[in-house]
Design a protein around this ligand. Structure first.
Ligand code: GLC
Length: 507
């Protein structure tokens, strides 16, 4: 859950820990096992909390440490586990380490960050660009050197080649594990350790700083800034720590090459690595099957399956909106929940809601410039819990981002309708519990337009084509359809009809 937008417990228009605690019961009803909470640490909020000023405290906007403990207690009572976001690639400029570091070149904390002299020719220390666009270097006038940042200038990158940084994070992880968290989602896990000599990346095409951030990033082969082998040693160290507490390490591994992903899981690396290619694939049976098979084929079965997050347009929007977008998203979930690994739902995905509409004057995300829809606000609008003003999210007259969702797309309405996306998702989660998790995936070739695999006694099918299709099967029962509860039952004719974008599970 994205804490700012999940539930507001104190009526200031921003989601918080108290609001979350009161809504945990709903998550337990839905059937989730683990709640991942996005950053709630003190922060100047340049990147809405992904710029951390203190790793072992709670920002007053989100509550207090006692309220955090209350969330963990309530989660435990409900049988849920809590995973928190750890943001180790960078701190905020307001973190005490960075304040000290920038105070002078000789400060002991200087080497917590990555500093370089300005080249004599007036260029930057190397050609790296940031994920949010623009050069990855900012000149610090006061101390007369550049510092590195792969995100905003307000998010200076830590120097993971410094053993003191490693020790600081050992302490931070233990602080939260001692408070009862069950592990961490590691922000930008692929980027921690940088090339020792900070070599420039090979240029693939001349970079255009007026182009969008993705185009700027794609102008380089990222040989030296991200996915450096030495990062694995950090994961191994952390894995040993979290395992003392029976915890889990989940990497936000933004790499779209399955082999590179497999490298982060290898040995005793991450327990689970996100596979994001599902957010960047075209909608056709062949591509979907390839995208899902690729990370499994490269030898990893600890994949974190996602189709939505607080960083990308919501799937129903991405898949064309309306009934079609909604059905595609639920169809894809059906496959993702059938695969080995750990499937994630991003708040509101279970309602199959589209992106919220944020008018330009209310735009909040620092990313994406002035263009409407270019940033990440659309997927971050508040959770629509019920139809009243404030959508049951807040009692404040104005939430931090507006909620434009249809009154029919609330949790309250969907809970009362067995064919709603919410109930479809809940039933799917229930079904997942019956899977034999050791059973391998066998890909089936059921013909044009269909994606299909078998796992143990279960068969999963998605009609990714534009027309209704009939599949032939030896299965005796239809256990689940992504569009209606009414189809569940015995299969009498060895044939199952699938509407476009419908997915089914057979046994
Ligand atoms: C991750 C987060 C994103 C954040 C970025 C920088 O990608 O999911 O929201 O802006 O890291 O911390």
């Amino acid at each position: 859950m994205y804490i700012r937008s999940f539930a507001d417990g104190n009526g200031d228009g921003v989601g918080d820990l108290r609001g979350l605690k009161d809504r945990l019961e709903h998550l337990a009803w839905l059937g989730v096992d683990i709640v991942w909470i996005t950053p709630f640490y003190p922060s100047p909020m340049f990147d809405f909390g992904y710029d951390v000023a203190d790793y072992t405290a709670v920002d007053p906007l989100f509550g207090t440490l006692d309220e955090f403990d209350a969330v963990v207690d309530e989660a435990t009572r409900l049988g849920l586990r809590v995973v928190i976001d750890i943001v180790p690639n960078h701190t905020s400029i307001e973190h005490a380490w960075f304040r000290a570091a920038r105070s002078s070149k000789t400060d002991p904390k200087r080497s917590y960050y990555i500093w370089r002299d300005a080249p004599a020719d007036g260029s930057h220390p190397n050609n790296w660009v940031g994920y949010f666009g623009g050069p990855a270097w900012t000149y610090d006038e006061a101390s007369g050197q550049y510092y590195l940042h792969l995100f905003l200038p307000e998010q200076p990158d830590l120097n993971w080649r410094n053993p003191s940084v490693i020790e600081e994070f050992d302490r931070i992880l233990r602080f939260w594990l001692e408070r009862g968290v069950s592990g961490f989602r590691i922000d930008v896990a692929q980027a921690l350790v940088k090339d020792e000599q900070l070599r420039s990346n090979p240029e693939l095409s001349p970079v255009d700083f007026d182009a969008d951030r993705h185009t700027q990033w794609a102008a380089f082969a990222h040989d030296h800034d991200v996915t450096q082998d030495d990062t694995l040693a950090i994961f191994k160290r952390w894995r040993a720590i979290v395992e003392e507490y029976d915890g889990i390490l989940i990497g936000e591994t933004y790499v779209l090459e399955p082999d590179v992903l497999a490298g982060m899981l290898r040995g005793d690396g991450l327990h689970v690595a996100f596979w994001f290619k599902t957010m960047h694939m075209e909608w056709n049976a062949e591509t979907i099957a390839q995208t899902l098979a690729a990370p499994l084929d490269s030898g990893s079965d600890e994949i974190g399956w996602v189709q939505a997050s607080h960083d990308e347009p919501r799937p129903p929007t991405r898949f064309g909106g309306g009934t079609r977008g909604r059905r595609r998203s639920l169809g894809l979930s059906t496959l993702l929940l059938g695969l080995p690994g750990l499937p994630f739902l991003y708040q509101g995905e279970e309602l199959a809601i589209e992106d919220g509409i944020v008018p330009p004057e209310m735009k909040a995300d620092p990313v994406g410039g002035d263009e409407v829809d270019a940033g990440r606000d659309g997927c971050r609008t508040p959770m629509p819990w019920s139809a009243e003003p404030g959508k049951g999210f807040t009692t404040a007259p104005t939430p931090w981002l507006p909620s434009s969702h249809d009154p029919d797309d609330t949790v309250a309405v969907q809970r009362g309708d067995p064919s709603s996306p919410l109930h479809r998702t809940r039933q799917l989660i229930e079904l997942r519990r019956q899977l034999d998790h050791d059973a391998p995936v066998e890909w089936l070739d059921p013909g044009t337009g269909l994606v299909a695999f078998r796992r143990g006694d279960f068969e999963f099918f998605l009609n990714a084509g534009d027309d209704e299709l009939t599949l032939h099967t030896e299965c005796g029962a239809l256990l689940y359809s992504s569009i209606t509860p009414d189809r569940v039952g015995t299969i009498s004719s060895s044939r199952v009809r699938l509407e476009p974008d419908e997915a089914v599970v057979l046994r």
